[in-house]
Design a binder for this molecule. Sequence first.
Ligand code: SF4
Length: 216
Amino acid sequence: MTEDVNKPGYEIPPELSNTVKITTLDRIYNWGRRYSAWPMMFGLACCAIEMIATAASRFDFSRFGMEIMRPSPRQADMMLVSGTVTKKMIPQIVRLYNQMPEPKYVVSMGACASGGGPFKEGYNVVSGIDKFLPVDVYIPGCPPTPQALLHGLITLQEMIDNQSIKNVRWYQKGDLEEIPVPVLGPDLMDPRDFPKIKELSLMKTEEPVEPVAEEA
Ligand code: SF4
C-alpha cells in the first residue's frame, strides 16, 4: 500500500502504528482500481505498434498493473484507442464501449484518434474519437512513443486517484444511458437524428419538381 494511503490526516498512537491503519474508503477504492486498469485488446493502425512495444519487455506496462489486455469488452476497464478511426470502424468501437462495464475509461492515443491526424480531411475518417466517446486522456504524437503512452497511462492513474465514490457516474441513481451506435450509410448517421432526417427527406419528396426545358 502506498505511503499516501497510510496518511489519512489522523495521528495514530505509536504503540498502535504497526497494527492499526486509518484511511478513507475513496483511497482504498481508488488504490485498487488504479493498479488494475486492464485495457481492451485491439488496435486500429500504426499507433497500435507502439502500444504493442509498450506492452513488451523493454517498456513493460505491466509495471502499472495494465498488462492483462482483455479480448472481451466485458473484462476490460479501459479502451485504448490506438490508430486511425474510420467511419467503417466507429459503429463497432461504440458497440464495444457500450459492452464494457463501469467503471470504464477511454484513452485516445495519437493524432489520428484525437483529431483525425494526417487523414483529417479524408472522406472515410472520423475527426476524433471524442465526437462519439467520452475521452479521459489524450496522448499527442504521430505516433506517440512508448514513453508518451506510459505518461498517458500514469495520467489516467492520477485521474482515478482523484475520483470519489460519492460522485462517480456509475454510483448515481438511475440507469446509465448507452451511447447510440452510429449507422454507416452513405455517411455516418446518428440514430438520434433519424426523426429529423425523415422529416427532411419527406420535405424533399414533396417539393414540386421543376419541369426541364426541352432543347430546341
Ligand atoms: S497518429 Fe500517426 S502513427 Fe498513429 S495511427 Fe495516425 S498516422 Fe499512424
